[in-house]
Ligand binder design. Structure first.
Ligand code: FDA
Length: 503
């Protein structure tokens, strides 16, 4: 019998990270462990972070949350991927879809057969072989009607856009209903144990004290526990990911409800567009060395769909990560653990995977260093892989029209990424690395979309004659286009889903 069980968990922060932590722990532990979340309304949350990646479906599933209920509560919409505009070249656009391209084919991956035909001038662009991209193009959506792995639907996946504060409120109701306790107050001091430097308790501005065995630091960029109290420093990645500011605003939606995020490269960074049911979230992520805050705000406001619903807000950050996500009895989750940048909507995903890893490597009060080390190794690896994928977008550009793009074109990149790009350029092969969240389809979309073009296809594809192969591809393309056109309009599907939740 283990008498060293964690008895009490304290979560500092009530943003997306804090309430995702509280919800998952409350679901897993129920009332068997004390879960306390401390947050300060006066400090507030970062208030952005509204685009996600498909595994959020699993997170909601783990909680047992009904997807329609979630959409209704968060003004959510569906997301089939990201459209990238002006990234590889001015005037060029491509789609990073959430599902695979094409269908299972033969022993080599689909894209090798496509590449053979494409190099011979006999295949449409790769986007046309993606069901997600085809549906996105005509603003359509439905959930896959079958899970049959031989069906074209097996190449289809989706995520969500949602209102971040509504999601936090939704999770708060969920966690509190399962026994988590919320404490309103501002942490003024953090007391450490004299014998080992572990966090002992939080002291609030009004003198209340909150003790615990395990502390989850969700205090955002302040990193109050992991950074300020324990002194764990961070690794600076701004030489690879130089954006350090964003201006964000919400506006009215003027067009159809698009089932995807749009990212448009600009002179000193990029602009996002995230469609929700009731509004569009927009922002400009930029490098302050190359653009002033006023210029960024003016660019953002000039490119909105409809009237702004508030004044633009400025956010400052530095890209990088904590040297350790878990130190002593503190685990940093969310922005307290670092921030890459929002280009591929991966921060909320990293919150999710931090929590699922913590559940798999849950400690007892001895906090065995072996467990802590493995958790850190796994999460470091995952962060580095995502970092490489985001750097690829900046590096693989032919743009020369501004100092930012000239810098990015020429900057040295991590060896892991350089090798991956070179292998693709030479042979169209995609190297799989441990911990890579982004699968081949994602790397393929971005490399091809940004003109990292393979010189030749895999020799296995040469076992097929080009003409019949091209015909097979054309049939596949036509099926994909037809399947997309047969889906309901995205707006109608969202409306029906929300109505089903309300019923
Ligand atoms: P957040 O700052 O929201 O919360 C911190 C909490 O700690 C607050 O409740 C605060 O009150 C509390 N706190 C701090 N100090 C305290 C004290 N002394 N006492 C008491 N409480 C205290 N991610 C993504 O997946 N998709 C996206 O599209 C984007 N987009 C995006 C754009 C931009 C410009 C940025 C900067 C970030 C994103 N993100 C994102 C990241 C996303 O916003 C982020 O991962 C989540 O909102 C989680 O934030 P946190 O909960 O970690 O911090």
């Amino acid at each position: 019998m283990n008498d060293a069980h964690i008895r009490s968990i304290v979560i500092l922060g009530g943003g997306t990270a804090g309430w995702m932590s509280a919800a998952l722990l409350a679901k897993v532990m129920g009332r068997k462990r004390r879960i306390t979340l401390v947050e300060s309304e006066e400090i507030g949350t970062i208030g952005v972070g509204e685009a996600t990646v498909p595994p959020l479906q699993l997170f909601n599933g783990l909680l047992g949350v009904d997807e329609n209920e979630f959409l209704r509560a968060t003004n959510g919409t569906f997301k089939l991927g990201i459209e990238f505009v002006d990234w590889g070249r001015l005037g060029a656009r491509y789609f990073h879809p959430f599902g695979r391209h094409g269908d299972h084919f033969d022993v080599a991956p689909f894209h090798q057969y496509w590449l053979k035909c494409r190099l011979a001038g006999k295949a449409a662009p790769i986007d046309e072989f993606s069901l997600c991209a085809a549906a996105a193009r005509c603003s359509r959506f439905q959930r896959p009607p079958t899970k049959d792995p031989r069906s074209i639907w097996s190449t289809f996946s989706y995520a969500f856009h949602f209102d971040a504060s509504a999601y936090a409120a939704f999770l708060r109701r969920y966690a509190e209903a399962r026994g988590a306790t919320r404490v309103e107050g501002k942490v003024a001091d953090v007391r450490l144990r004299a014998e080992d430097g572990f966090v002992d308790r939080l002291v609030l501005a009004d003198g209340r004290e909150i003790a615990g065995d395990l502390f989850i630091d969700c205090s955002g960029f302040r990193a109050l526990l992991i950074g300020q109290a324990l002194g764990v420093g961070d690794e600076d990645w701004s030489h690879w990911l130089p954006a350090d500011r964003a201006v964000a605003v919400q506006c009215e939606n003027a067009g159809p409800l698009l089932p995807y995020t749009r990212s448009t490269a600009r002179r000193a960074g990029w602009r996002w567009r995230i469609p929700l049911q009731h509004r569009v979230g927009a922002g400009y992520v930029f490098v302050s060395d190359y653009l002033s805050e006023d210029e960024a705000a003016a660019d953002l406001l000039a490119g909105l769909d409809g009237p702004a619903l508030a004044e633009p807000r400025l956010l400052k950050f530095r890209t990088g990560r904590r040297k350790a996500f878990w130190a002593k009895n503190v685990v940093a989750v969310g922005l307290a653990g670092g921030f890459l940048e929002p280009l591929e909507s991966t921060s909320i995903h990293l919150i999710q995977t931090a929590l699922t890893k913590l559940a798999s490597w849950f400690p007892d009060r001895r906090f065995d260093p072996m467990i802590v080390a493995e958790y850190n190794r796994l999460h470091h690896l995952e962060t580095e892989r995502i970092r490489d994928f985001i750097i690829l977008h900046y590096k693989a550009t032919e743009r020369e029209d501004s100092p930012l793009w000239r810098y990015c074109r020429n900057m040295p990149i991590p060896d892991s990424l350089a090798e991956k790009m070179e292998l693709f350029r030479r042979y169209g092969k995609l190297k799989q690395l441990e911990g890579d969240f982004f699968q081949d389809a994602s790397w393929l979309a971005v490399m091809l979309g940004q003109f990292v073009t393979p010189e030749r296809n895999d020799p296995i594809a040469d076992l097929h004659e080009t003409e019949p192969l091209a015909k097979t591809l054309e049939t596949m393309r036509a099926i994909i286009a037809r399947t997309a056109k047969d889906m309901p309009e995205h707006a109608a599907f969202v409306e029906r889903s929300c109505a089903a939740a309300a019923a």
